[in-house]
Design a protein around this ligand. Structure first.
Ligand code: ADP
Ligand code: MG
Length: 697
């Protein structure tokens, strides 16, 4: 018989209602299953002994073997204030100290018998000491304990209520002896066999109480595979189900708009990658199934044209299409681009942004509702509740990481049948992440830049080189080029950030005086009209230097800009730096990026800057970012569930991620409803009750 892991933790021997409450509140352990999956975060290797004579007190944790020679209670006044024991391991001596539970410890401790002492070493004056160590007797002839002792995470509050790492180990041990039968296998046989994985019951036991290093490794591998497999199963199952079930508009006709655009308006030859991707999207749109596709393409790879060509297919089939961008600047720019590209074709293109006058907005919404608009470009103003489309067939979301999941899901409510959806992003995502994160989306990649692009030469500079920098900028401008100078404004309300920007603007104004030079400035505290005016000056080449915060990060296109200076570059994430840098080098000709930093950089900061100087490959940069900062800091990952992976290291475990993904793919290919896999079916039923739309992007 197999054990029921959903049993409430109160039923475990030694866990009453009070402890159960602490376990739930502090560690989210409510059931047997939760306890089993509260894995140790490290192990103490009991066989790895340190010696007092050569003890390095900087170590966080050591294991010593020796004998307690002597104990005495130190009293202050009448109360016993601490217990001290003299411990000798044959190479030297140290003092063990207890400030709490003195009486109880004194009764437990035995002198003159061999024992293991474990804890963080320290020093008090010239005396080596350890406070509140763990002590384990080593009675001779006794069965030697396991080599590895599990160490569990817990909270201060948990500890105060008796939920220590040791108590947790004890509970897990009790649970195993109390389990009625084996923990049932979840993974299919073919996975166990192909990758020679430990059975679930054995692995769970061994991950808590490994007997050997090898057993530990195998248990961890098995549980890692399991977590990735189940995550993939959730993603891919819903993708497959949606592909089979979800009806979509069928865009069969290539009509006048596309034909005219191709023959008369196409501004340049598409790259091979652009062509391929456009066809992937068109095929989806013709399939009768609703499309959910992610389009990844490095900055400057030409995603906008792909968006436009696919939007025209929707229009040719009698539907409206919209493009949603994260900032007004970007939306306005897309709109202007579309107007220019579609000029004279008789298409009705409109722009909806928050700063429109109320009357204009009202009119626009009416036209939209009556079907009087074909292509709508806008910001999140698009998803306001009172925006209704007559026949919305296709939604493109640009730079998706800027939109929250909840915001995106509001769009689906805007048409009876879910519209086709394309999510475009320039944030390069390491392959492992893409595989896990977007298992439920079809994926297209533009892996080719338009011809003539030069890699941006990236240099590192500090204040000492500022005059040289100004000289260099001057030479660029005198050659007819334009320059961005970017300041971090991490927090809009951070006064010092804004001050940095203003100070920088002032000193640039002095170094580049009017009337020979003109500067533009854009930051978050300016109103939309002022921003648009400044952007426009720069775009038209009227101003030479654009001083800006990260508002220009996303998508702004000024091909004549060939140089970017990024101030306080150490404060930006790598992916963000990469995006920024992508603003230059678009117009052909050599392009430069200078990363200005303080001179006293930390080691990590130095590594990040040198990564940026060393490569312009977005995927390499994303991987370096992941390695240096961990996934917690990556944009868009917070709500993804990826951070719940307990064992997987997204950088190092790529082969396991791949194996799990492929295995799930194979199973779903043959048996999309999982009829042969009742355990997996049950798992899916328990885990996909949430609304499906929320997971789209
Ligand atoms: P992103 O993928 O970053 O959104 P854009 O769509 O803004 O890139 O394109 C970047 C620049 O490259 C634009 O100036 C665009 O006109 C140009 N471009 C796009 N596709 C091509 C192409 N096939 N050949 C030449 N230039 C192109
Ligand atoms: Mg873009």
């Amino acid at each position: 018989m197999s054990a029921d892991l959903q049993t409430a933790i109160t039923y475990l021997k030694g866990v009453g209602p009070a402890r159960a409450e602490t376990l739930g509140k502090e560690l989210h352990i409510y059931t047997y299953n939760d306890l089993l999956y509260h894995f140790p975060f490290r192990y103490v290797d009991r066989s790895h002994l340190s010696q007092i004579a050569t003890l390095d007190i900087e170590q966080p944790f050591v294991v010593l073997r020796g004998i307690i020679r002597d104990m005495h209670t130190v009293t202050s006044g009448r109360v016993a204030s601490r217990l001290e024991a003299l411990f000798d391991d044959g190479t030297g001596q140290m003092v063990l100290v207890w400030f709490q539970g003195v009486k109880w410890v004194r009764e437990m401790l035995k002198t003159d018998v061999p024992c293991l002492v474990m804890g963080k070493p320290g020093r008090f004056g010239s005396q080596l000491q350890m406070s509140h160590p763990d002590i384990e007797p080593l009675t001779q002839g006794d069965r030697p304990g396991h080599q590895f002792m599990p160490v569990y995470s817990t909270t201060e509050k948990g500890k105060a209520h008796g939920i220590t790492s040791k108590a947790l180990a004890h509970m897990v041990d009790t649970l195993f002896s109390q389990l009625d039968g084996q923990v049932a296998e979840l993974l299919p046989d073919e996975a166990l066999q192909r990758y020679r994985l430990m059975p679930r019951h054995t692995a769970l036991r061994a991950i808590h109480f490994p007997r050997t290093a090898q057993e530990m490794q195998q248990a961890i591998l098995r549980m890692k595979f399991e977590e990735l497999f189940l995550m993939q199963l959730e993603y891919q199952y819903s993708r497959v189900a949606r592909r089979r079930l979800s009806q979509g508009y069928r865009f069969n006709t290539v009509g006048d708009n596309l034909n005219r655009f191709f023959h008369e308006k196409m501004p340049f030859e598409m790259t091979g990658a652009q062509k391929r991707v456009v066809h992937e999207i068109w095929n989806d749109m013709r399939s009768g199934r609703q499309m959910n596709r992610l389009l990844q393409g490095d900055v400057g790879s030409g995603k906008t044209l792909v968006a436009l060509l696919t939007m025209l297919l929707a229009v040719d089939n009698g539907y409206q299409a919209c493009l949603m961008a994260p900032t007004e600047i970007l939306a306005t720019q897309h709109y202007a681009n579309f107007e220019r590209l579609l000029d004279g074709m008789g298409l009705r293109v409109a722009l909806l942004i928050g700063s429109l006058k109320a009357a204009d907005k009202r009119l626009l919404k009416q036209r939209l509702k009556s079907g009087d608009i074909d292509l709508l470009v806008g910001t999140h103003a698009l998803i306001e509740r009172d925006v209704h489309f007559a026949r919305l067939g296709y939604v493109v979301i640009d730079e998706q990481h800027r939109f929250g999941v909840e915001q995106r899901s509001r769009l689906w409510g805007k048409s009876a049948v879910a519209p086709h959806i394309l999510v475009m992003t320039a944030t390069p995502i390491p392959r492992t992440l893409a595989m896990t994160l977007y298992g439920d989306l079809e994926c297209s990649v533009i892996d080719e830049l338009p011809p003539g692009r030069q890699p941006v030469r990236t240099l590192h500079g500090t204040d000492a080189q500022r005059l040289k920098l100004f000289d260099f900028m001057r030479r660029q401008i005198d050659a007819g080029r334009q320059v961005y100078v970017v300041y971090p404004l991490i927090n809009e309300s951070e006064k010092s950030d804004l001050k940095d920007l203003m100070d920088g603007y002032e000193s640039l104004s002095r170094a580049f005086p009017m009337p020979r030079y003109r500067l533009s400035i854009v930051h978050g505290q300016m109103d939309a009209a002022a921003k648009a005016y400044e952007m426009d000056c720069f775009k038209r080449g009227v101003s030479h230097i654009m001083v800006a915060t990260t508002v220009i990060e996303v998508g702004v296109d000024v091909p004549n800009a060939t140089m970017m200076v990024i101030e306080n570059a150490e404060r930006f994430g790598l992916s963000q730096l990469h995006q920024l840098r992508g603003r230059v080098g678009r117009g052909g000709g050599a392009a430069y990026c200078v990363l200005m930093t303080r001179s006293d950089l930390s080691k990590t900061a130095r590594e990040r800057i040198s990564t940026m100087c060393g490569t312009t490959d977005g995927f390499k940069i994303a991987e370096a970012d992941l390695k240096l900062r961990g996934p917690g800091d990556m944009q868009g990952l917070r709500q993804s569930g990826l951070l719940e992976l307990r064992l997987t290291d997204l950088v190092d475990d790529e082969p396991v991620v791949r194996a799990a993904r492929d295995m799930v793919g194979e199973i779903l290919d043959i048996d999309p409803e999982l009829t042969q896999y009742p355990m997996l079916r049950r798992y899916i039923a328990q885990h996909t009750s949430q609304q499906q739309w929320g997971k789209i992007s």
